[in-house]
Design a protein around this ligand. Structure first.
Ligand code: PML
Ligand code: MG
Ligand code: MG
Ligand code: MG
Length: 255
């Protein structure tokens, strides 16, 4: 019999603002260790001590899990965030977006901070499509399969990329690029001490860019670019939030 799987989610809040969040999909025997890890993470966040930490453990049973392949990883090293943003625009264009749309997407992230979820943007009208704009669309039910976690960490370690930002962002971006109607994603972290970000799409893979904002800046978040001529927004949101997805392969990692 297949064993039950559990979704464990952590969320930490300070002065009513989101400071940290994470999710794992694991088996029962891993729950205790994960509770410890996620608690430590919430308490040690660069955005300060949380007023409350919420950890939720949900038995998701042995429902059909979708196993997906990861996007391959490449890193572009830039001297400053101006260059980084030029690279991001080019990568968005390579993913099929016009210059004007790519610029609009970038401008949107410049004014974004402490949103729990992502902006979902219609690439034709440039309108936001999330049902609740303060919250955004939160991608959940995504993780690396525990069977490959050790090998994944070794592969990332070799390239100096074995950290939570990268591991979680690649998993999330791989699910997002697989969602109905999504053509590309732009992200940089809202953590003031983490300046890297990425453009992700089927065309460019997971393209990391080492600087997309100045150090100390707490803007950031995610914009998912949605092609409304392909499918309905409901179908896309349903997939992003509900479908339980695990990544079953190690990504290729270019220098
Ligand atoms: C985040 O941690 O909030 C997003 C991280 C994005 C960049 C990750 C990377 O270095 O590849
Ligand atoms: Mg976050
Ligand atoms: Mg798609
Ligand atoms: Mg963060």
């Amino acid at each position: 019999m297949k064993e039950d799987m559990y979704s464990i989610k952590m969320r930490a809040v300070r002065k009513e603002k989101h400071i940290s969040g994470a999710e794992r999909i694991i088996s029962e025997k891993e729950i205790e260790v994960l509770v410890q890890q996620l608690t430590a993470r919430a308490l040690g966040h660069s955005k300060g001590k949380p007023d409350f930490i919420n950890i939720t453990i949900q038995n998701i049973g042995n429902q059909a899990i979708e196993y997906i392949a990861p996007l391959n990883i490449a890193t572009i090293t830039v001297d400053d965030y101006f260059k980084g943003r030029e690279c991001a625009i080019k990568a968005l264009q390579k993913s099929g977006l016009s210059c004007k749309t790519s610029q609009a997407i970038l401008n949107m992230l410049k004014t974004c901070n402490t949103m729990r979820g992502a902006i979902l943007l219609d690439i034709h009208s440039l309108e936001r499509l999330e049902p609740d704009e303060n919250r955004g669309v939160r991608v959940t039910n995504i993780d690396w399969s525990f069977k490959i976690k050790e090998d994944l960490e070794k592969a990332l370690e070799k390239k100096g990329l074995n950290n939570n930002h990268v591991k979680e962002a690649v998993a999330l971006a791989s699910k997002v690029s697989n969602a109905p109607g999504i053509v590309a994603e732009l992200c940089w972290s809202d953590d003031p001490d983490y300046t890297a970000g990425y453009v992700a799409s089927k065309d460019v893979g997971y393209m990391r860019i080492t600087k997309l904002k100045p150090l100390g800046d707490s803007t950031g978040g995610r914009v998912f670019c949605f092609d409304s001529s392909k499918t309905s927004i409901e179908e896309c949101i349903e997939y992003l939030q509900k479908k339980v997805t695990l990544i079953h392969k190690i990504p290729m990692i270019k220098d």
